[in-house]
Design a binder for this molecule. Structure first.
Ligand SMILES: Nc1ncnc2c1ncn2[C@@H]1O[C@H](COP(=O)(O)OP(=O)(O)OP(=O)(O)O)[C@@H](O)[C@H]1O
Length: 247
């Protein structure tokens, strides 16, 4: 079995007296979708914040592709191959769809070319075209990102995260606030992403969790309650009691 793309070992953090994440360990396999679920306040966002470098853990380790990244600044974690979608806040609303993508893809250019005119950035331009096609945004390429529908903005946000060719993509409720059709389209897009990238997802919609996930990690009150394939996790009586409100 190949080395997991992400390993979290016995990670902890406290806010005042509250152990918001308390001794959580799990691995995310390459080219798979690993989903973290749990009731409100379970510690999911705090866990993501420690993985992406926004918060420094009190104890434990985070390894990306075998390299220790515990407590590293978000820029270093990003350079190590982790990209995080902050819903739509990574977008520049006053720039066009294509410009948003080209900016994100600019990191693919060798440093020596960084100051050359944009028309010479061949890799960034090719990546922009690829993302426009793949995310069905080509017809909106010259539209300002701020003018897109909510669903298109969320799709552009994921495309922007992917444009830098990360190894692992953290997505926090990618379909939140989307229409039924946009949710279905985005779910199949996320599924297709695993050809290039490993996905770590926070998702509340249990239907989507079951449909998309290869592996599910259940959190409850800061701790890991269970993990495994989606159907097994869903059938677990402890998970039923804590998450679905019945035993
Ligand atoms: N910066 C902070 N300072 C103090 N307490 C915090 C802070 N961030 C999170 N918490 C607390 O830590 C616990 C875990 O919160 P977290 O946001 O990680 O949960 P969550 O599972 O992401 O919840 P939700 O599904 O509602 O987003 C909660 O009790 C929350 O109030």
């Amino acid at each position: 079995m190949s080395r997991p793309v992400l390993e979290v070992r016995d990670i902890c953090i406290a806010f005042g007296g509250l152990r918001a994440v308390d001794g959580v360990s799990f691995s995310a396999a390459r080219h798979a979708i690993t989903t973290v679920i749990g009731p409100n306040g379970a510690g999911k966002s705090t866990l993501f914040n420690m993985i992406s470098g926004a918060l420094r853990p009190l104890e434990g380790q985070v390894l990306i592709d075998g390299v220790e990244m515990t407590g590293a600044a978000p820029e270093r974690v990003k350079a190590a191959g982790l990209s995080r979608s902050f819903q739509i806040t990574n977008l520049f609303f006053e720039l066009t769809v294509a410009e948003n993508l080209r900016l994100a893809a600019q990191v693919l250019e060798p440093a020596a070319r960084a100051l050359l005119p944009i028309r010479r950035s061949t890799r960034a331009r090719a990546k922009t075209e690829e993302m426009l096609e793949r995310f069905q945004l080509a017809h909106r390429r010259d539209e300002l990102a701020g003018n897109l529908s909510h669903g298109d903005q969320r799709r552009l946000e994921i495309a922007v995260c992917l444009a830098s060719e990360p190894k692992i993509l953290l997505l926090d409720e990618p379909t939140q606030g989307m229409s039924h059709q946009d949710t279905a389209d985005t779910a199949s897009l996320v599924r297709a992403l695993t050809a290039d990238v490993s996905v770590l997802l926070i998702e509340h919609d249990i239907g989507l969790v079951m449909e998309l996930s290869d592996h599910v990690v259940v959190m409850h009150q800061g701790r890991k309650l269970a993990e495994g394939p989606p159907a097994l996790v869903r059938a677990d009586p402890e998970v039923q009691a804590a998450y679905f409100g019945h035993a």
